[in-house]
Design a protein around this ligand. Structure first.
Ligand code: ASP
Length: 338
């Protein structure tokens, strides 16, 4: 309401009145509407550009969120996908999930040697009676579906990071490791310095007004073998309710799982909160649980509602997110609690 009032005020001033016709406007974000896509962290920007190719042609949000995150899974020596940091035994294990506008969902976890876990998750959703396949079973299914079994080999950057980590072998995830350019836990760097990350979450609203979301990760670097975070868990790392909104999470997976993070944000939106307010309220819940330990972790949420209003919020400074719509393309620092 406030946003609309503000907008009306602005239009009376005469500068933006022509933009009112096709878009909803809301406090906290300058441009919203449909189609629209929002993704986590800096690599959300190139991922959004790919998703946009589908959305702008009137394509389905589900196709957009799959294709968008695939290019990040694809990148060599990257952060998400097979080029990412391994677990503490030196093996890269991948987790992903996807959800469409009909509550269909699919997920894979602890998957090795398959380049596109997000697409395997989609096949689980579309071709099996199940929601979640893990480990050897997920890999067996992927191979049966024609996904090539890649070589078991660390990327150059991951090898260096792992060798460095082995010197102390301490599991201490750094806050905002996803966007850090240097340091013992995040030595991965890319030509443009932007793609330094281990998770991407993406949610989108298409021209037909349908929502979908995807989330794919290598999980926390140097995690225990077999550890699975929030990212492939429907309701934690991702949730979509086509009547309300779509949400994805990033950060310390354990703390997202214990409050069913993405589902909680959707429920707050259902109660009438804006996407940003809903993300904030959920972050506050984590803060309340963690107390003084909250400063040691990062959690961030991105959200889009049925009207195409977007928002994000994080526990700490440093969480970035990317938005693309017809009238806007930007990377932004999320607001934060502590
Ligand atoms: N949420 C991911 C996990 O816990 C990590 C991340 O978002 O960076 O595996």
């Amino acid at each position: 309401m406030l946003g609309r009032r503000k907008f009306l005020h602005n239009s009376l001033l005469g500068s933006v009145s022509a933009l009112a016709t096709n878009h909803e406007w809301q406090t906290g974000e300058s441009v919203v509407g449909k189609p629209i896509v929002i993704s986590t962290w800096n690599e959300g920007k190139p991922a959004n550009a790919v998703a946009w190719q589908i959305l702008q042609k009137g394509g389905r949000a589900l196709d957009a969120v799959e294709a968008g995150v695939m290019i990040i899974e694809d990148s060599q020596n990257c952060c998400v996908g097979l080029g990412a940091n391994p677990d503490r035994d030196g093996i890269v294990t991948l987790d992903a999930c996807i959800m469409d506008e009909h509550f269909n969902c699919g997920a894979v976890a602890f998957l090795e040697r398959i380049k596109h876990p997000i697409s395997v998750a989609r096949r689980v959703m579309e071709k099996t009676p199940h929601v979640f396949l893990v480990g050897a079973g997920a890999q067996q299914f992927a191979i049966a579906e024609g996904f090539p079994l890649e070589e078991q080999k660390l990327s150059t950057n991951a090898k260096e990071a792992y060798e460095n980590w082995l010197k102390k072998s301490e599991y201490k995830p750094a806050v905002n490791i996803e966007n850090r350019q240097h340091g013992p836990y995040a030595p991965l760097q890319f030509e443009n310095g932007d793609w330094n990350h281990d998770t991407i979450g993406m949610v989108a609203l298409d021209t037909n007004g349908n929502l979908s979301g995807s989330c794919t990760t290598s999980g926390m670097g140097f995690k225990m073998r077999g550890r699975v975070g929030d990212s492939p868990i429907i309701g934690a790392g991702l949730y979509v309710d086509n009547e309300v909104g779509a949400v994805a999470a990033t950060g310390q997976g354990e703390d997202v799982i214990r409050i069913c993070g993405s589902h909680t944000v959707v429920e707050f939106m259902r109660q009438g909160l804006s996407p940003e307010q809903a993300c904030k309220k959920t972050v506050e819940r984590i803060f309340k649980i963690k107390g003084a330990k909250a400063k040691d972790i990062q959690v961030g949420f991105i959200a889009v509602n049925k009207k195409g209003q977007v928002g994000a919020f994080a526990l700490q400074k440093g969480f970035t997110y990317a938005v693309k719509s017809k009238d806007a393309e930007y990377l932004k620092d999320a607001k934060f609690l502590i």
